[in-house]
Design a protein around this ligand. Sequence first.
Ligand code: SAH
Length: 353
Amino acid sequence: MTPLATLLARRIEAAGPMTLADYMAECLMHPRHGYYATRDPFGAQGDFTTAPEISQMFGELIGLCLAQCWLDQGAPASVTLAELGPGRGTLMADILRATRGVPGFHEAAQVVLVETSAALRSVQRRTLGTRPVEWLDSAEDLPDRFTLLVANEFFDALPIRQFVRDGSGWRERMVGLQDGALAFGLGPETALAALAHRLEDTRQGEIVEFCPAAGPVMAAVAARIAAQGGAALVVDYGGWHSRGDTLQALQAHRFADPLACPGEADLTAHVDFEALAAAALPCGTACTTQGDLLLALGIEQRARRLAQSLSGEALASHEAATRRLTDAAEMGTLFKALAVFPPQGPAPAGFAG
Ligand code: SAH
């Protein structure tokens, strides 16, 4: 058993089974044993790779898209340039490099990173060098200013609850103990207002997921954009109107049993973009796939340009990275992009039409 498994087993013995959301929160963010609290999990040595770690083009195109939103909305003099869950800080570094040539943008932009992991905050500090950066614990603390925000693979790390349809109600999937080991079980039947609409499209025994933290985070971001202007781009894996069990554990680039190694595997779930878009009201929203967004923003032209100075293995890996980001068989379709923009529009570049 991992040290965290022992702690959780004791807690369950004393207080009874815990919700999956509590379990995920402990696994990811426990101050001593949590997955993000204790390590830098990205890249070939780590457990998974994300789009900004695959290629600089991802951050460059996102950065130019955000800078275009700033220009389209009158280039205000004071801007929050924010990221939720910045990982190593690579995406923000690429955004800043790509937008250096946009006159006035860097003078206006104040970089704000929402990050709970102290270990990753120090990696971000190193990545971003001497640029002034403010760290926040929560999106709810974002300043009430014109806001340009990006969140890549942030919402998938937020803890989810799972409910199994039982008659005209639900039973929550709980983490308890069986023969001393962590095991899934079902709680008593409950009615849940947040799931009332799912009674219409689920059958007996089907699982639906609900991410309690996602709505308030999205609403906090959307409130700033509705009042002060700006835009948010959320990129993540998931779908529209999700159903079924999507909890997954990844360790050393392989799928693992989510209960086997608490604190030592990454735990994520598909993002329900329908719920995110609903939480972003009254802002406008538009949704597309990662592949279509990057193609619309000009990844092919950018890839050709970068390829001119590459050869041999470096060229092959650059071409593979381009395919990985855009191909339907790789990240292109599974990953979605949601834009949130002021109620009067327009949608950011790459989302319109
Ligand atoms: N965006 C990065 C990293 C994604 S991993 C990339 O694309 O490479 C998820 C990130 O979200 C990590 O930085 C993790 O520490 C952070 N995180 C997870 N839950 C969080 C929470 N509740 N509040 C703030 N940051 C969180």
